[in-house]
Design a binder for this molecule. Sequence first.
Ligand SMILES: Cc1ncc(COP(=O)(O)O)c(C=O)c1O
Length: 366
Amino acid sequence: MENEQKLIMLPGPTNVSERVMKAMLRPVINHRGDSFRELYKGILGKTQHLFQTQGSTIVFSSSGTGGVEAAVWNIIRPGDAAVVPVFGEFSGRLAETVEGAGGHALQVKSDFGKVPSLDQLREAMDSLGKFKALFLVHNETSTGVAAPYVREACKMARDHGAFAVVDAISSLGGYAIPVDDWGVDMCITGSQKCIAAPPGLALVSVSDRVKDFLKSSPPQTRYFDIPRYLEYGARGETPFTPALPLFYALDEALKELLEEGLTKRVQRHDAMSALLYDGLAAIGLKPVAEKSVRSKTVVASYYPEGVDDAMFRKLMSHDSGIVVAGGFGPFAGKVFRVGCMGQVNENFVNRTLKAVKDTLGSAKTS
Ligand SMILES: Cc1ncc(COP(=O)(O)O)c(C=O)c1O
C-alpha cells in the first residue's frame, strides 16, 4: 500500500514521532498574533541551544537548499571570491550557487569518498589572499563523508578576514557544531534530518559579523533577506507567511531533542553509526568513505558484485518495509545509502542490517 508507514532509513527525510506529527494538527492561527509570536520565540530559543549560540537564528519556510541560498545571496556580491571544498554532489551545488550569485568559487577538490585536506584549503586561501567566504559542506550526504575539521577550517577562513559558512544540513543534531565557540558565521540545517521533524524548514544561525556586514551591504534577495528576518524575528514574527503546521512540528521536535539533551543525542548517533558500520562489515560490505572521514549520519556502502540497485531497494521496501537510498552521480547503481539520523535506535539499525543481509541475495542478477 502506498501510504503504509515504512521504516525510513533515508539520509533525510527521516522517521518522525507521532508526537511531532500530531503537533501539525493544531489550529491555524494568525501569524501576526500573540500565539504565533510565542511559538516562534520559543522555537528561536531552542534553536540557539541546537547551534550553541547566543547570537541570532532564523527559520525559513523552505527546504535546506533555501538556507544555503540565503547564506550565499546574503554574503556574496558580484565579483567576490569564495573557497568551496568540493567532494560530492551537495558541495558541488554550493559552488554553483556561489557562481550563480555572481561570485567566483575556487573549488578545492578531492576524490569522492575523501575530503580535501586542510593543507589544500590553506593553499587555496593563501593563493587568493583576500576572499569573501569559505563555504564548507560539513557532511557530504551524497558520499557519506564528513569533514573532520570544521573548527580549524573556519578559523583559517576568519584569519584571512573571510566569513565561515557551514552547510550542516545532514549533520547538526547528530553532531554538535558549537557555532560561537568554533567561529562559524552562518550554519545551516534542515528540519528533516537529525532534528527528526518533517521536511520543509531551513534553520540558520547568523553571527554578529554577518549582521554588521549586511548593515552596509543589503542583500539582493527578497525572500531570503536576512536583515528583514532578524528585524521581524526580534518581535517573534517572520516577514512572510510561515508554514505554520511545520513550525508546530519543529517546536515539538526541538522539545524532544532538548529533552534527550544534545550531548546524549550526539552520543546516540555515534553509537548507532558504529553499530551500522560494524554490521555492514560483518555482511562483507565496504563503506564508500575512508574510515577517518566516515559520516555518523549517512552510511554509504558499495554493493557486492552483481547486485541490482533498483531491485535491492524495491525489495527492501516491499518485503521488509525499510526505505534506503541509492547512490548519487558516479555512485549511482553502485552504492546504497542508509540514514542514521534523528530517531535512529538499535531496533532500527538491527532491522535494517537483517533486511540488507536477507535482500542482497535476492537482488543478485549474476
Ligand atoms: C549536505 C546537504 N546540503 C543541502 C541539501 C539540500 O537540502 P534540501 O533537499 O532540504 O533542500 C541536502 C539534502 O539532502 C544535504 O544533505
